[in-house]
Design a protein around this ligand. Structure first.
Ligand SMILES: *Cc1c(COP(=O)(O)O)cnc(C)c1O
Length: 427
C-alpha cells in the first residue's frame, strides 16, 4: 500500500532542531570531553529543575523509563491500589502490570480528557497509594482539586507530563512541579526532543531523587548506612576509592535492582538548546491553536479542550469533541479531513479496554465518558511548529469546510441545546 502524503501531517518531529543544536553537538564531539555522565547532563538537569522550580531533575533515556522509575520508588506491594487514567498512551500505565497492584481507572472530564477529581475521590480506598495522571495533550489537569484530595488521603501524585512541557498554571507553576513526582518524554514527536529519545523525572523529595539516581546509574535501590572508617579497614590506594565506598556501605534493605538509564552527553547537549527554545516552540503551537479555536467558536457541535482559568496549554496536539446526535458523524468528519490532506491520528484507545487490562478484569462500562468520547466524539488535529504558514492556513480552512459539511448534513436534525448527559447511557 502506498502511504498517502498529507498536506498537513501529524509531526515528523515535534520540535524545531537546527544549527544551534548542531553547534552544541560539534562542541561536544570536537572537544575531548566524555560522551557519558559529563557536564552536559548536569547542565540539562540543572536548567530543567530551575525552569520547573523543583530541587531535583534526573535525566533518563525515555519517558517510558521515567514512568517506570517513578513507579519503582513508590514502594508498591501486591494488593495496593493505584488510580490512573484510561485516556493516555499505554506507557503511562503499563509498568503497573509488574507490581500485582489493583489498578482503578478513573473516568475523565468530558471536555479536558483529564481525570475527574470527583470520580477520583470516589475511587479512593484505605489501600490507595498513588494517583498516576496525565496532562492530556498538554492541558493541565485540575491539580488544585486533585492534590487537595491526595493530601487529605495521604496519597502520592505522579504526573505524566509527556505532553505538557511548556504549559503553565495561572500562578506560573509548571507540570512536573504540581504533584510529588513528574515524568517527561523528549521522544521525537514530543514538544522538545533530545535527539529522538530521552526523558526526565522531577521531584521535591531528596530521598526519592537519590533512589531514582541510584537505579538509573546501575546501582541498586536500597536503604544504606555509611559507616565511618574503622581501624580494621584495609589500606586502599586512590584507585580503590570505589571499593572503599562500597566497603563502608551497610544495606538495611534492598528495594529494587538498578539499571542503566543514563542519558548520553549528546542527547543532553541537544536538550540544553531545546530547553532554551521551549518558549518559542510553545508559542508556535499556541498560535496555531488560537486559529483553530476561532473556527471551533463558530460551530456549536465542537467542544475543544480548554485550559483551566489562567493556565496555558502546551498543545502537544489539538483536541476537541464533536457533539452531534449521530455518533457516526465523527468518523465521517475524520475521513473528510483525511481526504482534505489533514492527517488525523486519534490518541489514545482507552487503556482499560486493552487486552492486558481486560485480562485483569477491566472492561467496557468502567469509564463511560472515556469510552463515549473515544467511540463517538474524540478528534485530535495536528498542531506543531513543523507546520508552515501555508499548512496552518490549509488546516484551518479544511477544518472549517469539514465542519460546514457536518452542519449541512445535520441541519435537519435538532441539536441538543445542552450537551447530552453522559452518565446515563453511552449507546
Ligand atoms: C510518549 C509518551 C510516553 C513515553 O515516552 P517515550 O519517551 O516515548 O518512552 C509516556 N506517556 C505519554 C502520555 C506519552 O505520550
Amino acid at each position: 500500500m502506498i502511504r498517502p502524503s498529507y498536506s498537513v501531517p501529524f509531526p515528523a518531529r515535534g520540535s524545531i532542531v537546527s544549527s544551534r543544536e548542531a553547534c552544541a553537538l560539534t562542541e561536544l564531539l570536537n572537544g575531548n570531553q566524555t560522551l557519558s555522565m559529563g557536564k552536559w547532563r548536569t547542565r540539562f538537569e540543572e536548567a530543567f529543575a530551575d525552569l520547573h522550580g523543583v530541587p531535583h531533575a534526573i535525566s533518563v533515556t525515555s519517558g517510558t523509563v521515567a514512568v517506570e522509575l517513578a513507579i519503582a520508588v513508590l514502594g508498591l506491594r501486591p494488593g495496593d491500589q493505584v488510580i490512573t487514567t484510561p485516556q493516555t498512551y499505554h506507557a503511562t500505565v503499563q509498568p503497573l502490570l509488574n507490581y500485582g497492584v489493583d489498578v482503578s481507572f478513573c473516568d475523565i472530564e468530558p471536555d479536558s480528557s483529564n481525570i475527574s477529581p470527583e470520580r477520583l475521590e470516589s475511587l479512593i480506598t484505605a489501600r490507595t497509594k498513588a494517583v498516576l495522571l496525565v496532562h492530556y495533550g498538554g492541558c493541565i489537569a485540575d491539580m488544585s482539586a486533585i492534590t487537595r484530595i491526595a493530601q487529605r488521603h495521604g496519597i502520592l501524585v505522579v504526573e505524566d507530563c509527556a505532553h505538557a512541557v511548556g504549559a503553565t498554571t495561572a500562578d506560573g507553576r509548571r507540570p512536573g512541579s504540581l504533584g510529588d513526582i513528574g515524568c517527561f518524554s523528549f521522544q521525537n514527536s514530543k514538544n522538545i526532543t533530545t535527539l529522538g529519545e530521552g526523558g526526565m523525572i522531577t521531584c521535591y523529595d531528596a530521598r526519592i531523587a537519590e533512589r531514582i539516581r541510584r537505579i538509573r546509574d546501575n546501582e541498586y535501590d536500597g536503604d544504606i548506612t555509611i559507616h565511618p572508617p574503622t581501624r580494621h579497614e584495609p589500606v586502599l590506594l586512590p584507585w580503590m576509592k570505589y571499593a572503599e565506598d562500597v566497603y563502608r556501605h551497610t544495606v538495611t534493605k534492598v528495594h529494587r535492582a538498578g539499571t542503566n538509564a543514563t542519558m548520553s552527553e549528546a542527547a543532553a547537549a541537544v536538550g540544553v538548546v531545546q530547553l532554551e527554545r521551549l518558549g518559542v516552540v510553545t508559542a508556535q503551537r499556541q498560535a496555531i491553536a488560537r486559529q483553530l479555536d476561532a473556527v471551533m467558536c463558530r460551530y456549536e457541535f465542537a467542544s475543544p479542550q480548554r485550559p483551566r482559568g489562567g493556565d496555558t496549554h502546551a498543545y502537544h496536539f489539538y483536541t476537541f469533541q464533536l457533539e452531534t446526535p449521530d455518533p457516526a458523524t465523527r468518523d465521517e468528519l475524520v475521513l473528510d479531513l483525511d481526504r482534505r490532506g489533514i492527517e488525523i491520528q486519534l490518541r489514545y484507545f482507552p487503556q482499560h479496554l486493552l487486552p492486558e487490562w481486560r485480562a485483569h478484569g477491566h472492561g467496557y462500562g468502567e469509564c463511560p465518558v472515556a469510552e463515549r468520547n473515544w467511540f463517538t466524539s474524540h478528534v485530535n488535529l495536528p498542531c506543531h511548529p513543523g507546520l508552515d504558514a501555508y499548512q496552518v492556513e490549509h488546516l484551518v480552512t479544511a477544518v472549517d469546510a469539514a465542519f460546514g459539511a457536518v452542519s449541512g448534513a445535520t441541519a435537519s436534525s435538532p441539536f441538543p441545546q445542552q450537551r447530552p448527559q453522559l452518565s446515563a447511557s453511552i449507546e
